[in-house]
Design a protein. Structure first.
Length: 317
């Protein structure tokens, strides 16, 4: 019996009857590794934050009613930064950026409006040693709920002033964000889910006071599914969650297979770590030596070991 070449049971399947997802019971995002050997990650579909104990493999619910938490990151002081989005029906997310003391559970809202209008759906976040925070605020899905007329990137200064630093037409739909280890370069995923939309990874020079300039394209994944989240190692290489096995519409193709794509800061491809699940969303480093790569994809949190340690702002010298 030849199992390798057996075709579809055409006598049983209705014409045009393609297999598709009937329900999503989990959609993982935003892994963030603490210095205490824990990995926090978002389950957007259930509006909760999970926590994994790396050594034992024990996984528990850490926070329910998370406000549709998406991207997560620990700041330089070890506090958990949370992008509380609004990507999932029934669209009851908090549409803000918050900060949580994981020891006490105390939560404070850092930004929920810009010029009087609610944010779209904060997606991903990066932080500097000096306390500056950078976050993306796209709107994926129902854009009729937008109060702003733009998808942008913002900076939160230590005095809590929020400044819009990147917006249209320089970019289309900002998603993942990361900083180089020397904090002089800001990397941005620009992934616009329309035919012909951007599938680019941009780099910007970042000044000491948080201004951006010298925009350039590091990677262009078009016409495939572009990047979502990304991480950097101590040498500045980019680890980008990108690609798809089953396109979700005419706006993307299978040209970019799913995986973690590694590029140098100059955009030189170093290879792909294949991940057997759609949709890859985000990635981070963790573990005692920061050489374990944690990857959020679909309903699964994957891990793999790397030779080069990752860079995390709360664990840097």
């Amino acid at each position: 019996m030849d199992f390798q070449t057996t075709g579809l049971p055409v006598d049983f399947i209705e014409a045009g009857g393609n297999v598709s997802a009937a329900a999503n019971v989990a959609f993982l995002e935003g892994p963030a590794a603490s210095a205490e050997g824990l990995v926090y990650f978002s389950d957007i579909a259930n509006s909760r934050i999970m926590v994994l104990e790396i050594e034992s493999g024990d996984c528990q619910i850490w926070k329910t009613a998370s406000g549709c938490a998406n991207g997560l990151l620990f700041d330089a002081d070890g506090r958990l930064l949370v992008c509380e989005g609004d990507n999932w029906p029934p669209h009851t997310g908090n549409r803000c950026v918050s900060r949580i003391d994981v020891k006490t559970g105390r939560r404070e809202v850092l930004s929920e409006r810009y010029e009087g209008a609610r944010h779209n759906a904060p997606n991903d976040i990066a932080a500097r040693k000096n306390g500056q925070i950078f976050f993306t605020d796209p709107c994926y899905g129902d854009r009729s709920q937008m109060e702003l007329d733009h998808d942008s990137v913002y900076r939160i200064d230590t005095n809590e002033i929020v400044t819009r630093i990147i917006t249209q037409p320089e970019i289309q739909r900002p998603n993942g964000i990361a900083l180089s280890p020397d904090e002089k370069t800001l990397y941005l995923v620009d992934s616009c889910p329309i035919v012909g939309g951007n599938r680019k990874i941009w780099a910007f020079d970042l000044s000491d006071d948080g201004q951006v300039g010298n925009q350039r394209c590091v990677v262009d994944f078009a016409p495939g599914r572009g990047g979502d989240g990304m991480a950097v190692d101590v040498e500045g290489n980019l680890y980008i969650a990108a690609g798809i096995a089953r396109p979700r519409g005419e706006h993307e193709t299978t040209d970019v297979p799913p995986g973690i794509w590694i590029f140098t800061p100059k955009g030189e491809m170093q290879g792909r770590i294949p991940i057997p699940e759609d949709v890859l969303t985000n990635v981070t480093f963790g573990g005692d030596d920061l050489r374990t790569l944690f990857i959020a994809a679909g309903k699964t949190l994957f891990q793999t070991r790397m030779k080069t340690p990752g860079y995390l702002v709360h664990r840097s010298p």
